[in-house]
Design a protein around this ligand. Structure first.
Ligand SMILES: NC(=O)c1ccc[n+]([C@@H]2O[C@H](COP(=O)([O-])OP(=O)(O)OC[C@H]3O[C@@H](n4cnc5c(N)ncnc54)[C@H](O)[C@@H]3O)[C@@H](O)[C@H]2O)c1
Length: 259
């Protein structure tokens, strides 16, 4: 199932956290991965690690909220021969953005929506023509359980993730006849720098809160998301499109009345 030899994969925000796990897993499965990120140190680290894996990792310093950067990134990947899988993973949730809507700065709204949602549109806009040329492809969007159920203080993040789920369904319908499958993954709490920022880098506090929130009793790791992304990208999922998968330790199954 997980042989991606000869395939070209783009992972946005692919140098750290969930994206790093996805980049590594695809390169372990033989793919040539174009890892787009703004963190050069982390990007060069995963690129170097890629040299010892069956596939390869090429780090591309790219802010994927900008159209020209997305277009150039897709062109670089396409020069490798094809664009088989696009993983729109990038996402931000800055600590100073945990505010109710009436106190939320417009600039913070614009930035979060640009990085978390517009990048998914832009990357798809430029990758789809390559997929059409080659007769198909797969787009996997990393949304969130926060796109399905909400909490206080996250108007922009919640809207961006709900938008990502809607975009997934829309693109799936748009391109189903052209054999482009579009899917979303909704992670629960995953041990990454984004999640650690919300608890002042206190890893034990994060693990303990996640263990309470997830019926499976533990925090998720980037590999938990990566393995599902590879499944969705593979022919084993060839009858799936327009769907999201919660990879959340059972969190979304839990009613507010549950113990
Ligand atoms: N960690 C969680 O608990 C969790 C839960 C649900 C959903 N998610 C989602 O998963 C995705 C990955 O999150 P993570 O926890 O791995 O975050 P992270 O902060 O650990 O990693 C995000 C990566 O994106 C890069 N990045 C940031 N802005 C960028 C930009 N403009 N262009 C290119 N790269 C950029 C960062 O440098 C970093 O390498 C996000 O979409 C996030 O919303 C995370």
């Amino acid at each position: 199932m997980n042989d991606f030899s000869g395939k070209t994969v783009i992972v946005t925000g692919g140098a750290k956290g969930i994206g790093e796990g996805v980049t590594r897993a695809f390169a372990q499965a033989g793919a040539d991965v174009f890892c787009a990120d703004v963190d050069t140190v982390a990007g060069e680290r995963i690129q170097a690690e890629g040299a010892s894996l069956p596939g390869s990792v090429t780090y591309v310093n790219t802010d994927v909220s900008e159209a020209a950067s997305c277009e150039a990134l897709v062109a670089q990947a396409a020069a490798n021969g094809s664009v088989d899988v696009l993983v729109n993973n990038v996402g931000i949730q800055p600590l100073d953005s945990y505010l109710p809507a009436h106190q939320f700065p417009e600039e913070a709204w614009d930035r979060i929506l640009a990085v978390n949602l517009k990048s998914g549109f832009l990357m798809s806009k430029y990758a789809v023509p390559e997929m059409l040329k080659q007769g198909g492809g797969v787009i996997v969007n990393i949304a969130s359980v926060q796109g399905r159920q909400s909490m206080k203080g996250v108007p922009a993040y919640a809207a961006s993730k709900g938008g990502m789920i809607s975009l997934t369904q829309q693109l799936a319908l748009e391109y189903a006849e052209q054999n482009i499958r579009v899917l979303a993954v909704n992670p629960g709490t995953i041990e990454t720098s984004l999640a650690l920022e919300s608890v002042n880098q206190d890893v034990e506090a994060l693990r303990s809160a996640a263990a309470d929130a997830h019926p499976l009793g533990r925090i998720g790791m980037p590999e938990d998301i990566a393995s599902v992304v590879l499944f969705l990208s593979s022919d084993a999922a060839s009858f799936m499109t327009g769907e999201y998968v919660n990879v959340d330790g059972g969190m979304m199954a839990k009613g507010s009345w549950a113990e």
